[in-house]
Design a protein around this ligand. Structure first.
Ligand code: 13P
Length: 252
């Protein structure tokens, strides 16, 4: 069994001070947790400071985005090597907010996946359908094509370093979670697609995590599904007690 991964995407929230307070509380609340991998994704500006505060805790760091070049004249961008340098182990790539507001495409997601893997940073690749796509019955087609696009050219040897996050756009920040059955249906079909593309063995350790209004009161039923290997948590990751409860889904 692969270790579940619970990640908190803080989005564009928290000053350094606020982030530090959150991490200090979390350290206490999740002390000793070792059956779950815990990742926090603060804004770029807080990562360096928080890297010191998470020492000897179950938490590791992720960035919320990355550029695909190593260095050069790309004003405003941050490279995978810089993320490595500042202590990140993971990076969220292709979040629906980036696709929606910053023109992220399957092609740019794919470039970022390659660049991150090359630098030794593990991508958390986000995919998910809009409400219109779901209502038209196009969910599986949409997420399959996003997954194929993101992994285009990625060999099986690199697969185990990739996390797939299924985040239905209509469930993000809306309080409207996919039911465990709806999420499981998509996770299962993504797993089948990975089997088709790579065969059984390399896919065994790939985690497919769910995101979209994950809260303390729905995490247990989501994690009870066979193909849900963790969660990508937005709003609830900004509240120490809520995020800790989500991290400890098994222990309750
Ligand atoms: P919420 O948990 O706030 O719905 O956000 C989900 C998300 O976008 C995580 O990346």
């Amino acid at each position: 069994m692969v270790k579940p991964l619970i990640a908190g995407n803080w989005k564009m929230n928290t000053t350094i001070q606020e982030g530090a307070e959150l991490v200090v509380k979390l350290r206490e609340l999740i002390k000793g947790v070792d059956t779950v991998e815990v990742v926090i994704a603060p804004p770029f500006t807080s990562i360096h400071h928080l890297n010191f505060l998470i020492a000897d805790s179950p938490m590791t760091l992720a960035a919320q985005d990355v550029f695909w070049e190593d260095r050069g004249a790309y004003t405003g961008e941050v490279s995978p090597w810089m993320l490595k340098d500042v202590g990140c182990r993971y990076v969220i790539i292709g979040h629906s907010e980036r696709r929606q507001f910053f023109h992220e495409t399957d092609e740019t997601v794919n470039k970022k996946v390659f660049a991150s893997l090359k630098a030794g940073i593990k991508p958390i690749v986000c995919i998910g359908e809009t409400l219109e796509e779901r209502e038209r019955g196009e969910t599986l087609e949409r997420v399959s094509s996003q997954l194929r696009g993101a992994l285009n050219g990625v060999g099986e040897g690199l697969l185990r370093d990739i996390v797939i996050a299924y985040e239905p756009v209509w469930a993000i920040g809306t309080g409207r979670t996919a039911t465990p059955e709806q999420a499981e249906e998509v996770h299962n079909s993504l797993r089948q697609l990975l089997y088709e593309l790579y065969g059984m063995e390399p896919v065994r350790d790939v985690r497919i995590i769910y995101g979209g209004s994950v809260k303390p009161d729905n995490i247990d039923s989501l994690m009870a599904q066979p193909n849900i290997d963790g969660a990508l948590v937005g709003g609830a990751s900004l509240k120490a007690e809520d995020f800790a409860r989500i991290v400890k889904f098994r222990h309750v």
